[in-house]
Design a protein around this ligand. Sequence first.
Ligand code: HAM
Length: 413
Amino acid sequence: MERLPGFRDFYPEPLPHPDVWSADARQYIFDQWRKIARRYGFREYDGPPLEPLELFTTKSGEEIVGQLYNFKDKGDREISLRPEMTPTLARMVAAHERNYKKPIKWFAIPQLFRYERQQKGRLREHVQFNADLIGETDPAADAELIALLIDALRAFGLTAEDFVIRLSSRNAWQEFFKHGGGDHAHEYEFFQIIDKLERTPPDESEKKLSAMNFSLAKVNAFIDAGQPTVELETILKNLAARGLKDFVKIDYQVIRGLAYYTGVVFEAFDRKGEFRAIAGGGRYNNLVKLISGGKVDLPALGFGMGDVVLLELLKARKLLPKFDAPMDVFVLIEDENLRADSLKLVSDLRGAGYAVEYPLTPTKPDKQFKRAQELKVGHTAKLENDDYVRIRNAKTKNEIVTGLAGAKNHLAK
Ligand code: HAM
């Protein structure tokens, strides 16, 4: 039986085949994300992987709706696997925001599902680090979130030479659209054309734009000028104060595909332009209100960083650590008469927090020793009799014989 296209199998290292993914690398990525989110005072939340279909069809925009894994459940409900986390977050915040001081700073590491055409950097399942800040309109919040995004990438050893945050604003585009005589009802349609500019042949974009009484030349001139809005200036200043100026640039080419964004938007890309977006986000000041049917009105912003492109980039820049999960102690059992006492030792050492391995069944001493080496253990321990244990440092080869109670103390040193 084959796995479904666009889905992944995660194996412990060393990987048995180039077509599988590393469970260790994935855990490493999750650990860095959690560490940096906590440093910025973000708390972890989670939601269900299945949601009512309607949560996504009304709020996310047509691109993502076309990619939904949706079906009817046995209770005849229209449901969908989550393609993104933001609508769930908006639903959860709206339900219980009164219990939390503002601004709410939350993060999650959800697995997401999109029926996309499988290609480099795009699969049908991925994991996203989501960080969102709710209840603050000041651009200081935008700067704080972008700083978190930068530090989340720096946590992996990436530098300003490896990636850049392309910063933009739908407010700037709104101004441009209104100024050019655009009809508000077609604004999102216009945004969609801008979003696809980089990936669409120019004459095709020109045709679409001129149907809305705009020209590609004017659009390009606006992008090239890249004049930051007052709000973007404030964010740039804030980031410069933190020494993060080199990680951001104004780039109006970015406008984001999702329908709910209302103001500042941004995307993280590798500098060489080899990969798809590493992360994307922005302000969505109306979503909580929309999802709560007008009951709760809170401004919000956030970003999502996928594990797929990030991993490709870390591999290409050789920034992944070695994953050999060494064990602390291997308990050798050469005399089967001492197995019961050895099991007690294994148990005690594990209870004291050490990672301990031992032969499950009677095994030749040389095989045990080889296994200990493969596991890169720090120490071997072998019972001499019911009372004494011989502990050997695998690196220095130093040995001591100590009473059972002394074993833990010796290892602690
Ligand atoms: P998004 O731009 O759709 O935003 O996704 C964010 C990131 O997730 C992308 O930059 C990419 O790295 C990764 N990603 C998306 N789709 C796939 C895929 N099919 N395969 C692999 N990686 C993928 C959102 O989802 C927003 N909800 C983010 C957000 C949070 N905005 C505000 N808060």
